[in-house]
Structures are given as structure tokens and as C-alpha cells.
Design a protein around this ligand. Structure first.
Ligand code: ZN
Length: 383
């Protein structure tokens, strides 16, 4: 067993349910904060738990380079290494290596690339991406795909999609042969912290990771349909929509998401990768997306850009220097309950570390609260 997905309520195209992973249950639709290097920058794991985070995303490319998969595997996998006993999803590394425009070379076999840290040469193939993700030990891992650039002509998009399909089959083959190598899949890998126990849940020694497939096909609706159908033919416990937010207009992103969703199985989780603003994640959840991730809330927070119930606030502005009100009067996060806009503005202007911490906590709370509201909306309208 890897994961189970249960839909408890539907409203229109939207679904509210639960993703049951080897490291706990995740209420869906869910927003997954990004913890690139096994850390959500500036926020400790106990605060993430208090915020109600049930699943985190970590980046394979970054962990592969530093500290390296072997270090993490020997420590019992990413959960034990980062002292996080809830669910984790890792991406395949594909998106990051394709972002290294001048440092990579793509072939049928895989992608040769140079590290952005020290220029050292590395190679990721579908098999290597599986080996690394099995070693890291996230609950959900992703097929190694080619993220097609934008814009691209139709021949290029089709060739890229075809290669992603061949790579998806290679990923599945490797995963099926090696899935019991996961670090927590052996009896010695009991969680260090005596965490939640559930007598009825399968033991982790019996559990495996879940490998999700990724739909590509650029901005071509027909290629997206073909990519979805043929990825489903290969067979995965969940499906992601990849290759979006790569520079295309927002309206086109929306059109491709909505058309691709129609071709994904109704009874399996659907993951939209790397999208978007609070308004967008709410809209996509209502359209039937179950899982989303985005660096926006955490990255924007570090630049003083805060999402509130009244829109965006750029806390660096001088207009907040004497403002005694809470950042967002309707927000019940630990930051808004305690600190004034004037203090947050002062911390930011003074380049205090605490500015990044508090801003990130609020933005994550806002994203998680947005998803809680959507889940309540689905349940309220379900019949
Ligand atoms: Zn707040």
C-alpha cells in the first residue's frame, strides 16, 4: 500500500477529501508549503505543525546536491533527518534542471547538468531521479519529466511530450523494482520521536511511497489530452499537471488547467504544480484540483510582500511606519494577533531576521486558511 485517496464531499467540480499517506492524513484540497532544502525558510517544524501544515514539498535537485541523498538515506530518510513526522512530497528535480538553461544538456537517456553551487557535473535520468527520491523517502514522489519551455513550436512540444511519456514508463519500471528500498520501509526505521500511533494503520514496514505521473503537452489542449490519456495508461496512483507557470499569460494557464482536468481520473488525486496566488489556488481547488504548491507565499514574504484579506500589502512602505493596526485585522495567526504593521515595517526596514520569519508565518497561514475556507465551502454545498 502507498497512499489512499478518499473523497468525502463534492460541489460542482470541486472535491474535499483525504489523502492517507504513510506519514499521516492530509485534508484536500491542500496547499503544500515549499521546503526547498528540507526547510521552509525561516520557519521551524513546530511552527509548521501549529499552522496545521500536513504535507510539505522538498526539492530533489537541491537535496541531491546538498547534503546529498546518501547522507539523508543513512539518517533514515528526509522525515527523520528534518524531524518532520508528517507527509512529504518531493519533486523529481526535472523542473530545476530545466531552469539551468546554460548548464544542462538533454538527451533521451537523461539530463547532464552542472551544479549551480560549484559547477560540478551531474546526471539525472528517470532511473536516477527515482533512486534519489526513494533514498530521500518522501511519501509522494514524482516522475522525471521534461518541462517544455514556453513558447515552443508544436513539433517541439510533441517531441518533448513523447519523451516525457517514455521517461514516465522508465520511472515506473524502476520504482516498481526498488520501492521497498525506501529508508522507513525497514523495521529499524521507526520514527525517532514517539509520535502519533494508530493501531489500525498499516505499519510503515508494509508501506511504500506513491509515484505520481505528470501530464505535459505545452499550451496545446489536444496534446494535453493525449498526454493525460497515455500517462493514465502507464498507471499511477495520482496525476500532476506540469509545465505551467513557465512564462505564459495567466489566462492561458487557467485554460490549460481546466481543459486538462477533464481528462484526469475522478477518483485519484490531481496535483497542479507550481501555481499560484491565493485567488488562483482557491479557483483551481474549486475547479477540482486536490493538491497545489507554490514558492509565492514564502518567497514574497521574504521580500516584504504580504497577502491579506484586503489584498496585497507591501510592508516596506513608509505609510506603515506609524500604523498600530494588525497586518490583517481578520487574520488569527500568531503574527497578526500580536504585532503591529509599524513593528513589522520596522523589522523589515532594519533587515532583522525576525521580519522574514514573521512575514512567512503570516503568508503561510493566509494560504492554509484560504484552503480551509474552500474545503468548508465544498462541504457546505455538498449533496
Ligand atoms: Zn496573519
Amino acid at each position: 500500500m502507498s497512499i489512499q485517496f478518499q473523497i468525502d464531499a463534492t460541489r460542482g467540480s470541486a472535491r474535499a477529501g483525504r489523502l492517507i499517506t504513510p506519514h499521516g492524513e492530509v485534508e484536500t484540497p491542500v496547499f503544500m508549503p515549499v521546503g526547498t532544502l528540507g526547510s521552509v525558510k525561516g520557519v521551524s517544524q513546530d511552527v509548521l505543525e501549529e499552522l496545521g501544515v500536513e504535507i510539505l514539498l522538498a526539492n530533489t535537485y537541491h537535496l541531491f546536491l546538498r547534503p546529498g541523498v546518501e547522507t539523508v538515506r543513512r539518517m533514515g530518510g528526509l522525515h527523520r533527518f528534518m524531524a518532520w513526522d508528517r507527509a512529504i512530497l518531493t519533486d523529481s528535480g526535472g523542473f530545476q534542471v530545466f531552469s539551468l538553461n546554460d548548464l544542462r544538456k538533454v538527451s533521451e537517456e537523461g539530463v547532464a547538468f552542472r551544479s549551480h553551487l560549484d559547477g560540478a557535473s551531474h546526471f539525472l535520468s528517470p532511473e536516477k531521479a527515482m533512486e534519489v527520491q526513494i533514498g530521500l523517502g518522501a511519501d509522494i514522489i514524482m516522475a522525471f519529466d521534461e518541462c517544455t519551455e514556453y513558447p515552443a513550436d508544436s513539433e517541439r512540444v510533441r517531441d518533448s511530450m513523447e519523451m516525457t511519456l517514455r521517461w514516465a514508463a522508465r520511472c515506473k519500471n524502476y520504482f516498481e523494482e526498488h520501492k521497498y528500498d525506501v529508508p522507513w520501509g525497514v523495521e529499524t526505521a521507526e520514527p525517532r520521536s514517539a509520535g502519533r500511533t494508530n493501531a489500525s494503520a498499516p505499519t510503515r514496514a508494509e508501506a511504500t511511497q506513491a509515484l505520481f505521473g505528470i501530464v505535459q503537452g505545452g499550451m496545446d489542449r489536444e496534446l494535453r489530452r493525449q498526454s493525460a490519456a497515455r500517462t493514465i495508461d502507464i498507471g499511477f496512483p495520482g496525476y500532476a499537471i506540469g509545465g505551467l507557470s513557465v512564462g505564459e499569460p495567466r489566462e492561458l494557464t487557467r485554460e490549460i488547467v481546466l481543459s486538462t482536468l477533464e481528462h484526469l481520473p475522478a477518483d485519484q488525486p490531481r496535483y497542479l504544480m507550481g501555481v499560484g496566488t491565493p485567488e488562483e489556488i482557491a479557483e483551481y481547488a474549486k475547479a477540482g484540483v486536490d493538491m497545489m504548491d507554490c514558492v509565492l507565499p514564502t518567497r514574497a514574504a521574504r521580500h516584504g510582500l504580504l497577502f491579506t484579506s484586503e489584498g496585497k500589502v507591501s510592508i516596506k512602505q513608509a505609510r506603515y511606519a506609524q500604523d498600530e493596526s494588525a497586518l490583517d485585522p481578520t487574520c488569527d495567526c500568531r503574527v497578526c494577533r500580536r504585532y503591529s504593521r509599524a513593528y513589522l515595517r520596522h523589522l523589515y526596514a532594519s533587515n532583522e531576521l525576525l521580519a522574514q520569519v514573521l512575514n512567512t508565518v503570516h503568508n503561510l497561514h493566509h494560504y492554509l486558511a484560504t484552503m480551509r475556507t474552500v474545503r468548508a465551502w465544498i462541504r457546505a454545498g455538498s449533496h
